[in-house]
Design a protein around this ligand. Structure first.
Ligand code: NAD
Ligand code: UFG
Length: 340
């Protein structure tokens, strides 16, 4: 059985991916420093899959700590989710963002090389396309970044490509996620942001549950069908499956695989409000306010390369994404218990 190290495996995408990996027959070990997660998420994953997951509370910047984990397990591959992800915060705290995201990836790659584990699946982001000139976005579209978070992702992509140039025995996947939402169908795990959410769906779901009064829609004057921002929302379980497919595709040959993980469908903020109201049977109060700095009008994937190269396509529709988010949110109005 192949053994996979999942860094950041206690977080939102990490927990869901652990389920897909285990269901696909992989053995999973998790490293997470729990700076944005609780042990409870992993405990619930264990409940869902009925498998114990070895867990190490280790920071990916802690080389000695990582070496101890690699001494205890022989990994076939690493899926690297661990990192900081809030765009606004990255502008305030560039040192922390570069240190964790870029520095953590350097140290991880070094330890992997030293233990001869050369399969690296990296969580990149559609943010590396900046403000795209055309949509849908293909993988060879021009790259540009406008904030430290995005720049950290692009730097890691470039670093990993350099690693491959120097040693062509690596198997590397740079997975560019669009906007992950939704939750496992059990309602036991889901996205659990700290404090007031920055992202649209966590914010909408907290309005629907009554924790927040009203959604502010950031801009009603974009050049989109209804004037509000358009994004490619993808169910987190589809995204998780994309990681399993990426591991399988990497097995065939050493390479750097760069692939969009999106649905190809663009939905506006108002579309999302309507879909969530339908799923939750609640009213989502909103007001249209000014644009958020750094936001773009429209961003959605051209998913054809993923279909071709990974034999992977997102399957779950928008209604299902909203229903699953709502199941999680309504069963866990305050997220996971906050003992970390
Ligand atoms: P998340 O915050 O839920 O998960 C990240 C996990 O990494 C958390 O459990 C956190 O505790 C852990 N972590 C952070 N710094 C660490 C460190 N130094 N050492 C060890 N663990 C550490 O976020 P997520 O939404 O699951 O995102 C996972 C990855 O996907 C991130 O790299 C993120 O940048 C990327 N991504 C996310 C989105 C999104 O919208 N959610 C979009 C594109 C890319
Ligand atoms: N929005 C609102 N009100 C809110 C929150 C968001 O109107 O309270 C709007 C935004 O203006 C945007 C859309 O909802 O039009 C989606 O916004 P999100 O903050 O949910 O997501 P973004 O597309 O801005 O960014 C997300 C991640 C980034 C990642 C990017 C691409 O936060 O880290 O997707 O993957 F880079």
């Amino acid at each position: 059985m192949k053994k996979i190290l999942v860094t950041g495996g206690a977080g939102y995408i990490g927990t869901h991916t652990c389920i897909e990996l285990i269901e696909a027959g992989y053995e999973v070990v998790v490293v997470d420093n729990l700076c944005n997660a609780s042990k409870e998420g992993l405990k619930r994953v264990e409940e869902i899959v009925n498998v114990e997951i070895p867990f190490y509370r280790v920071d990916v910047r802690d080389k000695t700590g990582l070496i101890e984990v690699f001494k205890q397990h022989k990994f076939d591959a690493v899926i690297h989710f661990a990192g900081l992800k809030a765009v606004g915060e990255s502008v305030e705290k560039p040192i922390e963002y570069y240190d964790t995201n870029v520095g953590g990836s350097f140290i991880l790659a070094e330890v992997m090389r030293d233990f001869n584990c050369k399969t690296f699946v990296f969580s990149s982001s559609a943010t590396v396309y900046g403000n795209p000139k055309t949509v849908p976005i293909k993988e060879d579209s021009p790259l540009s970044v406008t904030n430290p978070y995005g720049r950290s992702k692009l730097m890691i992509e470039e670093f990993l490509q350099d690693v491959f140039v120097a040693d062509e025995t690596w198997h590397i996947a740079l997975l560019r996620y669009f906007n992950p939402i939704g939750a496992h169908k059990s309602g036991l795990i889901g996205e659990d942001p700290n404090g007031t959410p920055n992202n649209l769906i966590p914010y909408i779901s907290q309005v629907a549950i009554g924790k927040l009064d009203k959604l502010s829609i950031f801009g009603g004057d974009y050049n989109t069908p209804d004037g509000t921002g358009v994004r490619d929302y993808i169910h987190v379980m589809d995204l998780a499956k994309g990681h399993v497919r990426a591991l399988q595709a990497l097995e065939n040959k050493p390479q750097v695989l760069i692939v969009n993980l999106g649905t190809g469908n663009g939905y506006s903020v108002l579309d999302m409000v309507k879909a969530f109201e339908k799923a939750s049977e609640k009213t989502v109060a909103y007001k249209i306010t000014k644009r958020r700095a750094g936001d773009i009008a429209a961003c959605y994937a051209d998913p054809t390369y993923a279909i071709e190269i990974l034999d992977w396509k997102a399957e779950r529709e928008l209604d299902k994404m909203c229903q699953d988010t709502w199941r999680w949110q309504s069963a866990n109005p305050n997220g996971y218990p906050r003992h970390k």
